[in-house]
Design a protein around this ligand. Structure first.
Ligand SMILES: [Zn+2]
Ligand SMILES: [Zn+2]
Length: 368
């Protein structure tokens, strides 16, 4: 499995006819579309399949940052970089020109080899292309303001692409020392200038300080910028319990995006998520009705990470000169995308609303 020849990236020939196997989400195994042959993922005695009970290992962050990860945790793949959106995508070596799946820009597959941290785990696709497209079409159908042409185009358009999107997960033990203020409400009764008594809320502030600690497990951070973060955020939650130890056979017939946000950068983002949770912990620890946080000093230890791949169905359409992108969670079928607006439909809606208002106004005036 290690040091695969670049041209055989995620390609597994059928043992009956030699055509390429692909991973079938419905069957949960490799199938050959050419002759109908099927194969289990663990057929070759590989002990990393999900049914072998293989463990998904956390790697030490500091070791990785010093470039001292063991050789088997690294891999080299050939990727093309999209000149428009910067996505690094693995392309079929046999195809020399293709469209970037993220933005529909033509990419010449002048591939270069990239050395990077190998995925530790993957959530395999669960829904197939047809189910993903159905979910997208339904979602578009609910958007009343979407242009009809786009809906039609999406329905008949080319296939959605199954892409494994790169993510990092971080684990860390944290200990924080904080100082702040605790505010408790109390009420006083005062008499106003009109002679009536009023209940007034006041807050008594007292200094507060202390320590909190928390272990963070699998803080999830997106490892690329090809898709807007609001798209990928909206695909959450991801059930990380479905992670299977990495096996390149899961990628057969799919594409994998290489990470472009590196381990260190990803950690900075994880740190923001961690700090936000610690701030909530601190507020709870201070107690009272309201809290002020003056300072928090946090120590992280035992930081470990995993590079994982999550399944996303993706369609990028160029419609009337504009790119529309739709993503579907390859596990839950949740849809997110550019919300298209049809100027004509909106204009008609405005006319109807104005007309209805005019009629109501007329009726009311007549009845007065
Ligand atoms: Zn075959
Ligand atoms: Zn692109």
């Amino acid at each position: 499995m290690n040091d695969r020849a670049p041209d055989e990236e995620h390609r597994f020939p059928c043992d009956k006819c030699g055509a390429d196997f692909r991973y079938d989400p419905d069957a949960g195994k490799l199938v050959c579309d050419h002759c109908g042959n099927e194969a289990e993922l663990s057929d070759d005695g590989d002990d990393t399949g999900p049914w072998s009970g293989g463990a998904i290992e956390e790697l030490d962050f500091e070791t990785a940052i010093r470039n001292q990860l063991p050789r088997q945790e690294m891999e080299e793949t050939r990727v093309s970089t999209c000149p428009n959106c910067g996505a690094q995508v693995e392309f079929d070596a046999a195809v020399h020109a293709a469209e970037c799946p993220f933005c529909a820009t033509p990419v010449v597959t002048d591939t270069g080899a990239h050395r990077h941290i190998k995925p530790a785990a993957v959530i395999p696709f669960q829904n197939d292309e047809r189910e993903a497209r159905e979910a997208m079409t339904k979602w578009l159908g609910r958007l009343w303001f979407a242009p009809n042409g786009l809906q039609e185009y999406a329905r008949k358009g080319r296939k959605m692409e199954g892409i494994y999107v790169p993510y990092w997960t971080y684990d860390a033990q944290t200990r924080s020392q904080y100082s702040g203020m605790r505010g408790d409400h109390y009420y006083v009764t005062t008499r106003g200038p009109d002679g009536k008594s009023r209940r007034e809320r006041k807050t008594r502030w007292r200094p507060a300080s202390g320590r909190v600690q928390r272990f963070f497990d699998d803080v999830l951070v997106l490892g690329s910028r090809s898709l807007p973060k609001r798209f990928t955020d909206a695909l959450a939650p991801w059930a990380l319990g479905a992670l299977a130890p990495y096996d390149p056979k899961y990628l057969a017939g799919f594409r994998a995006e290489g990470y472009t946000i590196d381990l260190q950068e990803g950690k900075a983002e994880a740190r923001q998520i961690i700090d936000a949770q610690i701030a909530r912990d601190v507020r709870r620890d201070i107690g009272g009705d309201v809290q002020r946080i003056n300072s928090v000093r946090t120590q992280l230890s035992d930081v470990t990470f995993k590079h994982i791949l999550l399944p996303v169905w993706l369609a990028a359409y160029k419609y009337r000169g504009k790119t529309y992108r739709f993503v579907v969670n390859g596990r839950t079928g949740r849809v997110q995308g550019e919300r298209p607006w049809s100027a004509i439909k909106i204009a008609i809606a405005v006319v109807i609303v104005v007309a209805v208002a005019a009629v109501i106004g007329y009726v009311v005036a007549q009845n007065q």
